[in-house]
Ligand binder design. Structure first.
Ligand SMILES: Cc1cc2nc3c(=O)[nH]c(=O)nc-3n(C[C@H](O)[C@H](O)[C@H](O)COP(=O)(O)OP(=O)(O)OC[C@H]3O[C@@H](n4cnc5c(N)ncnc54)[C@H](O)[C@@H]3O)c2cc1C
Length: 460
């Protein structure tokens, strides 16, 4: 970036990362245009409507982790933002186990012998200093939590979620997911009695009353339709080796580039660069894998199924990893007296579940739900499926290094910034996208070379 105010910033992708970048850049007084290939904004952070039912693109909540991000969300959403307090549970061994896992729950779930063995395993690894992260999820989880807990609650779950064995997943990824599963406090809780709730992610959180999609919708309104171009697929990024010169939309329209922020999936960006970065960059980029998600929503003539925000399903007998009941997150997500369940099925692009026709998917979920006996068949009054690409970047043991090299390679284009979960191939949440986009705007405002803080928002 040279030391001047940009005349215009082109933002590639209209998911939350793109919208947040546009919002903060506009706030800094910079003209922007968001180019989004779909006919709607919000990417993977939207709320779908089906009659009087609403459900999110996967179970979402806004984490109150960054003061400025929370203030911005509160300012944007006003009264629509609610403070929700709904528990979560794990379905294991035919029972619902409270989440976060407490010693008492584990005692009930593992039995006295299993509990004693787990406590011993954890204590031993703590005492022998073996709880330091290993390079991969399996080693880290087993050393930190003992094999009994790791296998029952974490490793199968991770394999279902990421579609790869836990010894192939990085421990950085492990830490994030384990934190989400909050087994972390187990030993501490076991020693001190229940406590540590404040450190757990589940429980209290912020949520817009009619779904997480309100964030993107409101950002869209504030940014303004004149600055957002939907149905505008970026098909080429033309550069001269030191700067992006122009972008091509839908294969035909050329837009000269001043400054560019890309939030589109990283391998995709490399694939549309002209001239091509060459096989030395493209070949490793092709190994970066994203996990897709199929959602099956069942609409129910029933007031409530469970009080939970989310129920986790670590066992491999179930095709889904999580089930959430939208009404337990936002009061308006289902009509009075009715509720819904949304089942998340992680898939690889083109695998059996991704390709399954909707009716078969719904039948599969209905048959597995019958085994849990939460709902009578006649209570199901409707259903819907949704498919989401690029739901999760799979940061396996090799991917972090490859990603960092690619991001390093792209730094040679001085007017190109990379942002977003899929853009940077980083497993991150909304509040982290907010920090990132704030820093991008701050760097543009400040002029040359002050963007480095973004690279410090660590990958994970
Ligand atoms: C199941 C699930 C649950 C989640 N839960 C939470 C949660 O509880 N809390 C939380 O904080 N975060 C959560 N997140 C994360 C949050 O939703 C993401 O951070 C966010 O969706 C990522 O936004 P993004 O803009 O980086 O990527 P995306 O949402 O993928 O946006 C990228 C956009 O680029 C567009 N695009 C791609 N290629 C092109 C092209 N060539 N030209 C133009 N446009 C293009 C896409 O259509 C898309 O709109 C969750 C995510 C998922 C998937």
């Amino acid at each position: 970036m040279n030391n001047r105010q940009p005349q215009h910033v082109a933002i590639l992708g209209g998911g939350l990362a793109g919208l947040l970048a546009a919002y903060h850049l506009r706030e800094a007084g910079l003209p922007v245009t968001v180019y989004e290939e779909r006919d709607r904004i919000g990417g993977n952070c939207v709320t779908f409507r089906s009659g009087d039912f609403y459900f999110d693109s996967g179970a979402h909540r806004f984490h109150d982790k960054d003061k400025a991000a929370t203030e911005t969300i509160k300012r944007l959403l006003g009264d629509c933002l609610e403070s929700t307090d709904a528990p979560s549970q794990i379905y294991s061994g035919g029972k619902l186990v409270d989440f976060p896992l407490s010693p008492l729950n584990l005692l009930k779930s593992l039995g006295i012998l299993g509990f004693a063995r787990s406590t011993y395993q954890i204590a031993r690894s703590r005492l022998t200093g073996k709880s330091e992260p290993a390079g991969d999820l399996k080693g880290y989880a087993t050393r930190t939590y003992g094999s009994a807990i790791a296998e029952r609650f974490l490793l199968n779950y991770s394999e279902k979620l990421w579609g790869t064995t836990p010894d192939r997943l990085s421990s950085g990824m492990a830490r994030i997911r384990l934190k989400g599963l909050t087994v972390q406090g187990f030993l501490r809780d076991a020693m001190r009695g229940r406590g540590s709730q404040a450190e757990h992610l589940d429980g209290a959180f912020h949520y817009p009353d009619r779904g997480i999609g309100a964030i993107a919708d409101t950002l869209g309104e504030v940014i303004g339709s004149e600055s957002i171009r939907t149905r505008s697929r970026v098909t080429r990024v033309l550069h001269d080796g030191s700067r992006v010169r122009s972008i091509i939309l839908n294969g035909v329209e050329r837009v000269d580039a001043d400054e560019v922020v890309s939030t589109i999936p990283l391998p995709h960006l490399l694939g549309i660069m002209d001239p091509s970065p060459g096989e030395a960059v493209l070949a490793p980029a092709r190994t970066l894998r994203y996990r897709n998600l199929v959602l099956v929503a069942l609409f129910l003539r029933k007031d409530s199924v469970t009080p939970n925000a989310t129920v986790y399903f670590p066992e491999k007998d179930f095709v889904f990893t999580r089930v959430y009941e939208p009404k337990n997150r936002g009061r308006s997500m289902a009509p009075p007296g009715q509720t819904s369940l949304v089942f998340e099925i992680p898939c690889d692009p083109g695998d059996a579940h991704w390709n399954m026709v909707d009716e078969e998917l719904i039948d599969l979920v209905r048959s597995q739900l019958a085994a849990i006996a939460w709902v009578k068949p006649e209570e199901i009054v409707g259903s819907e499926t949704r498919r989401m690409e690029h739901a999760y970047p799979v940061v396996d043991v090799d991917a972090g290094g490859i990603r960092d090299e690619i991001l390093g390679f792209l730094e040679r284009l001085s007017n190109l910034r990379i942002s977003g979960r899929n853009g940077r191939f980083v497993y991150c949440s909304i509040h982290e996208l907010m920090i990132e986009s704030r820093e991008i705007a701050g760097a543009y405002r400040a002029g040359a070379g002050e963007i480095s803080g973004i690279a410090n928002l660590s990958a994970g």
